[in-house]
Design a protein. Structure first.
Length: 276
């Protein structure tokens, strides 16, 4: 009986110790699992940092090309954002005014820009063509857009020769057009072949003025320069058989006299001097 009483406490103690050891052993895998999980998170975070692409700067926008102005002998310079040009005399029937007009166009002639002076104000009107439809893209003063159909019809019927707009070409033209003092009211230029200086009489105003007349080698184109009541006058025209075409009229007032001036040249100018 004493042995049983002694062994019972020992057995209880042993059971408690075994239970404690079992509990201790059962917690070790959990701790190990937590360590693995933490390590995996750290590894993924490190991998994300390594795989994150480096920030790159956005490419700088390409610089816009700046259009150059080219002196083409019109009321305003042409610009190199257009491909071709023509300088014409345009007649406004409503006001009975003829003005020199610069017309610029693109390569396929679907867009146009017109520049001229009207009663002292600069006018600029651009438009596009799509079949029979005309669209005014810009109208500087708001007064010319209403005439877009008339201007487009004029271009279609009268402008057949377009000159390319080129900054290099302008430089070459300027080099070819050196001024030469020939004793006239204005210098002659070397882009013409021959010249003469005459006294020309305007019967309407009873005025006689010294006039410089320049011409090409085959006498099919002419330019006249003179002063009239304090203003420079510059009118050029071409001859095709009996047809006379005013190519340029600086002030718009002399083109109406083209037939009289050409008749005067034919009847009075027999000697031409080379422009050297």
């Amino acid at each position: 009986m004493k042995k049983k009483n002694v062994l019972l406490p020992v057995a209880v103690a042993a059971a408690v110790m075994l239970s404690a050891c079992g509990a201790s052993n059962s917690t070790e895998p959990a701790a190990s699992s937590e360590a693995v999980s933490s390590s995996a998170v750290e590894s993924e975070a490190a991998s994300a940092v390594e795989e994150k692409p480096e920030a790159t700067e956005a490419p700088a926008p390409a610089a816009e090309s700046v259009a150059e102005e080219v002196d083409v002998g019109g009321p305003y310079p042409a610009t190199t954002d257009w491909d071709e040009y023509a300088v014409v005399d345009y007649y406004f029937e409503e006001t009975d005014e003829t003005v020199p007009m610069l017309i610029e166009t693109n390569a396929d002639h679907t867009k146009y820009n017109t520049l001229f002076d009207f009663f002292g104000d600069k006018q600029e009107m651009s438009f596009s063509v799509n079949g029979d439809e005309l669209t005014v893209e810009n109208d500087l003063t708001g007064f010319i857009g209403k005439d877009v159909e008339k201007i487009s019809t004029f271009i279609n019927e009268n402008v057949t020769d377009w000159a390319p707009i080129s900054a290099d070409g302008a430089a070459a033209t300027a080099a070819a057009g050196d001024e030469v003092d020939v004793g006239g009211p204005y210098p002659a230029t070397t882009n013409w072949d021959e010249y003469t200086v005459v006294d020309y009489y305007f019967a309407e105003t009873d005025e006689t003025v010294p006039m410089l007349i320049e011409t090409n080698a085959d006498h099919t184109k002419f330019e006249t320069l003179f002063g009239f009541f304090g203003d420079k006058q510059d009118m050029s025209f071409s001859v095709n058989g009996d047809d006379l075409t005013v190519d340029d009229d600086l002030t718009g007032f002399i083109g109406k006299d083209v037939e009289k001036i050409y008749t005067f040249i034919q009847e009075n100018v027999t000697e031409w001097t080379p422009i050297a």
